[in-house]
Design a binder for this molecule. Structure first.
Ligand SMILES: [Fe+2]
Ligand SMILES: [Fe+2]
Length: 279
């Protein structure tokens, strides 16, 4: 496989046109969403450690591409966090991230075994493709919805990175020598990864990002409540076509036709579910 596209660092913090920031165009729901997204992105180094363990014998090219991927994800967190600090000077990325990290540790970050929690390297790459499909469409939606020029720029840059990450993991998936897994097993892994995000990751990042530390005692974390708030916020950003694109990318990873009946049905079902959850 080729990893040349991954080595090429797309952009740095200095490339962003920060001076164009326009506080009058900051939307409060968008700000809440961006703060939460910054924490999830900033958590990338732990994922790099885990993936490097899973792919320890995969060769230096893949390991280097995983390192580069992690650097890009951390930069997503840094740029979104910096934008949020400009939009709301009371927000502190490092402080909010420390709280998020303290309360949220996926089991595979601390698992002692060397293998993948998805059962195989292929499974691991399917799960990664699901995440990159989600982030790629989410940042496209933020880019399309934002009226604040700097956020529009950052979200556009990040969306392009996420799509490139999807292609990287798609290539690694198909470069594996281990036997292919069945469609149903792939579907199981993909659905499992979506459900994991339904767990604490999105709800708790939303909480840590939007409830300041001094209000923690009077506003304790409740998963259901913050999961609903996070969903409501993202549904003000998403449009139907972003969700369809997400589903098409996932369906392609499963080996089915991204423009066939499965993608259409899954897109309609997911849109309905997201709408219902945020109601
Ligand atoms: Fe990212
Ligand atoms: Fe990514």
């Amino acid at each position: 496989m080729t990893v040349a596209s991954v080595y090429k660092q797309g952009w740095t913090m200095d490339d962003v046109h920060w001076s164009l920031f326009d506080p009058s165009r900051v939307d409060s729901a968008m700000l809440a969403a961006v703060k939460a997204a910054a924490l999830v992105e900033y958590n990338a180094p732990d994922y790099v450690t885990y993936l490097k363990r899973v792919f320890a014998s995969a060769g230096p090219q893949i390991l280097a591409s995983l390192e580069q991927w992690g650097r890009e994800e951390a930069q997503h967190g840094r740029s979104l966090g910096h934008w949020a600090e400009m939009a709301d000077p009371s927000f502190k990325l490092e402080e909010a991230f420390a709280r998020f990290r303290k309360g949220y540790t996926p089991r595979h970050f601390t698992a002692a075994e060397d293998g993948s929690v998805r059962g195989s390297r292929r499974g691991e790459m399917i799960a990664r493709c699901v995440v990159e499909s989600g982030t790629s469409s989410y940042y496209s939606a933020i880019r399309d919805a934002s009226e604040e020029p700097v956020l529009k720029e950052i979200a556009g840059r990040i969306a392009a990175d996420e799509y490139r990450h999807y292609k990287l993991f798609y290539d690694i998936l198909h470069a594996q020598t281990e036997p292919d897994i069945s469609f149903w097993k792939k579907l199981w892994i993909a659905v499992g990864r979506v459900r994991e995000s339904d767990d604490d990751e999105l709800a708790f990042s939303y909480y840590c990002a939007n409830v300041p530390p001094e209000k923690e005692t009077i506003t304790p974390y409740k998963r259901k409540k913050y999961s609903r708030l996070a969903s409501q916020t993202s549904m003000t950003i998403y449009h139907r076509h972003h969700i369809q694109k997400l589903v098409q990318m996932v369906v392609k990873v499963l080996g089915a036709n991204p423009h066939g009946w499965l993608a259409n049905l899954a897109g309609a079902l997911l849109w309905r579910r997201l709408s219902a959850r945020s109601a």
